[in-house]
Design a binder for this molecule. Structure first.
Ligand code: GLV
Ligand code: GLV
Length: 323
């Protein structure tokens, strides 16, 4: 008898194909590009043996209870898992799959693009070309900050943080600082110096947030944090919006406390179009597209499907979250 699987959104066909041809499960799909409403999620998971979800689906005790005792596995199409109530999941003996590694390069690449776009004011420049603000070549116009000779601070030198650091070094970065729970052996590859968060914040010309969202990192970038930054420094976040206190960031950007910010992640997502941050020229906001290349999303789809099948069948999952 086929097991039941609920997939919370249209996913890349590479993943759907694996699920529908495995002969293991019967797939019920929320057949939309928009999020499944909570009530439909609670209904859709009823009796499911497996759930394939996205980072926008909150999987908490209520969802687990709605699914019931059949539930063996939750597979998320993401590397982040802050949307999963891990304690509740663990208590019920449910396995979790996620998609690390396969999105590291794409996410690091996007983070570098966002850093450069923010520091060199690309969106502003594009806008000026379109609105007639480009009157001539002007020595003092649209100047920003370059990486050459700079100090870069990476908060969270994990897989993605390392990949960002590797990409930034060839731009002529002078010092690469990083902070986190522990020093990392592979930091030597980028001449990384393990420093306290305070040192990183006060000495960096560019700060890149690449840590996961945990109770420890929630709201880490707040008023006190921004007040220690250089007035010429650029702040970039491609991890999770909740690491940043956005009101404090807005204040730091408008008061001249910091130079600019580039965000690929916000709270909430999507950010309302009337949000104050969107009125600022020195704030570049992207719609959470770190892993969004065709090939990376295809591989994420396939990996999340394989994780789900492994969990259903009680066999190895290619990327199981161990907790
Ligand atoms: C993206 O943010 C992810 O967690 O995969
Ligand atoms: C964090 O998201 C990592 O992959 O290092």
């Amino acid at each position: 008898k086929l097991m039941k699987v609920f997939v919370t959104r249209r996913i890349p066909q590479e993943g759907m194909k694996i699920l529908t041809t495995a002969g293991v499960c019967e797939v019920s799909l929320w057949d939309s590009d928009e999020p499944v409403p909570r009530a439909d999620l609670l209904k859709g998971v009823q009796g499911a043996h497996g759930i394939l979800c996205l980072l926008s689906d909150k999987i908490d005790a209520e969802v687990l209870d709605a699914a019931g005792p059949n539930l063996k596995v939750i597979s998320t199409l993401s590397v982040g898992f802050d949307h999963l109530a891990i304690d509740e999941i663990k208590k019920r003996g449910i396995r979790v799959g996620y998609t690390p590694d396969v999105l590291t390069d794409a996410t690091a690449e996007l983070t570098v693009a966002l850093l450069l776009a923010t520091a060199r004011r690309l969106p502003e420049g594009v806008e000026e070309v379109k609105n007639g603000g480009w009157s001539s070549w002007k020595p003092l116009w649209l100047c920003g900050y370059g990486l050459s000779g700079s100090t870069v601070g990476v908060i969270g030198l994990g897989r993605i943080g390392m990949a960002i650091a590797r990409r930034l070094m060839p731009f002529g970065v002078k010092r690469l600082l990083y902070s986190g729970r522990t020093a990392k052996a592979n930091a030597a590859d980028v001449n990384g110096e393990f420093v306290s968060l305070d040192t990183l914040v006060s000495e960096s010309d560019f700060i890149v947030v690449s840590c996961s969202l945990t109770p420890e990192t929630q709201g880490l970038c707040d008023k006190a944090f921004f007040s220690k930054m250089k007035n010429t420094a650029v702040f970039v976040n491609s991890s999770r919006g909740a690491v940043v206190n956005q009101e404090d960031l807005y204040e730091a950007l408008t008061s001249g406390q910091i130079a600019a910010a580039g965000l690929d992640v916000t709270t909430p997502e999507p950010l309302p179009t009337n949000h104050p941050l969107l009125t600022l020229k020195n704030c570049v906001v992207l719609p959470h597209i770190g892993s969004a290349t065709y090939s990376t999303r295809g591989v994420m789809g396939a990996l999340s499907a394989q994780n789900l099948l492994g969990g259903l069948q009680g066999t190895d999952m290619p990327s199981e979250l161990t907790f």
